[in-house]
Design a protein around this ligand. Structure first.
Ligand SMILES: Cc1cc2nc3c(=O)[nH]c(=O)nc-3n(C[C@H](O)[C@H](O)[C@H](O)COP(=O)(O)OP(=O)(O)OC[C@H]3O[C@@H](n4cnc5c(N)ncnc54)[C@H](O)[C@@H]3O)c2cc1C
Length: 291
């Protein structure tokens, strides 16, 4: 099915995009890579009357390190971030997670900002920015504001963004050298959205205790969930098998999965616990390696 007829405007800069969004309100939609929006329009699940194309705005595709952070422009293509040496050196969890996003053809067009703004609770990038405590940078008629990842996602496909705001980028803290990272997912086929996904980063101090742990899950709530209790169970401890199991046992109380056509909630709970244990184990095993 083809999308319905829609008006089209190409914004030359972010200010123009914001002005167009402000003029048309919730009838307007930003067009980024189109990998979620266009299928939704084809299925008549989204009916914007005007698309505001931000693909030609210069400077929104940057991938750079700045003062201990990795800055990624909203229009950076998922595939470019996946292959970026700068991103891999600062936040190795990113390329690892991006390999699970659809297929290469989708990642060639799909953008980092599009995935975050779309806010699918099963998506990988929202889980990564939530785990790492990233900050999303929004521009609207009143100027620029930053929102912490845990405050950005408010429900399935919904965020704190106003209809006249544009997501311009995301800032992620650089992970220390020798941090081990892991992504574990259960999906029906490679390239499908995960039924449950877990992303993890672990760094060990010289004495072998955990001095940094970041953990989040997707597909277990209406938003990506940072697993604070599991992080606390591991922090400062030696990551023995018993400690990893105890950390994974806290997950059940942190998540609120729903029954749906893909899996019952009880199954998602079971899988989340197993994947957390597996992801933490893999991240611990990979820690200590120079990158
Ligand atoms: C077959 C298939 C499989 C897929 N599998 C996965 C998967 O396994 N995991 C996964 O995470 N994703 C998956 N995706 C989705 C993919 O990652 C999309 O690229 C992503 O969700 C949206 O990015 P986009 O740049 O294409 O955004 P678009 O489709 O252009 O936009 C998506 C939404 O975000 C809004 N938006 C986009 N950019 C901005 C911005 N800068 N500011 C404000 N609002 C904005 C749009 O208005 C729209 O509402 C899949 C897609 C397909 C078609």
């Amino acid at each position: 099915m083809k999308p319905p007829a829609v008006r089209y405007a190409r914004a030359g800069d972010v200010r123009e995009a914001v002005a167009l969004l402000a003029e048309h309100g919730s009838d307007a939609k930003v067009l980024a890579g189109g990998q979620s929006l266009v299928p939704l329009m084809s299925f008549r699940l989204a009916r914007p009357s005007i698309l505001v194309d931000i693909n030609r705005i210069g400077g929104l595709d940057r991938i750079e390190q700045d003062n201990g952070s990795l800055l990624i422009g909203a229009m950076a293509r998922q595939r470019d971030v996946e292959l970026s040496d700068v991103a891999a050196a600062a936040v190795p969890l990113l390329p690892q997670a991006l390999r699970y996003v659809g297929h290469v053809t989708i990642r060639n067009r799909g953008t980092v900002g599009g995935s975050l703004a779309h806010a699918d609770p099963a998506a990988e990038l929202p889980a990564v920015v939530t785990a790492l405590g990233g900050e999303l940078v929004l521009e609207g008629p009143g100027g620029t504001r930053s929102v912490a990842a845990e405050d950005f996602f408010t429900g399935t496909f919904t965020t704190v963004m106003a209809p006249d705001e544009v997501l311009v980028g995301v800032r992620l803290p650089r992970l220390p050298d020798r941090t081990g990272v892991a992504v574990e997912e259960l999906a029906r086929r490679h390239g499908d959205f995960a039924i449950v996904g877990v992303v993890a980063a672990v760094h060990l101090a010289d004495d072998g205790t955990v001095d940094l742990v970041r953990l989040a899950a997707s597909g277990v709530d209406s938003v990506p969930v940072r697993l604070h209790a599991a992080e606390a169970a591991l922090s400062g401890a030696r990551p023995t098998a018993d400690v990893l199991e105890a950390a994974a046992a806290t997950v059940d109380a942190s998540i609120h999965p729903a029954d749906d056509v893909h899996a019952p909630a009880s199954y998602r709970r079971h899988v989340a616990r197993l994947l957390v244990q597996r992801a933490l184990g893999a991240a611990v095993e990979r820690s200590g390696v120079e990158r």
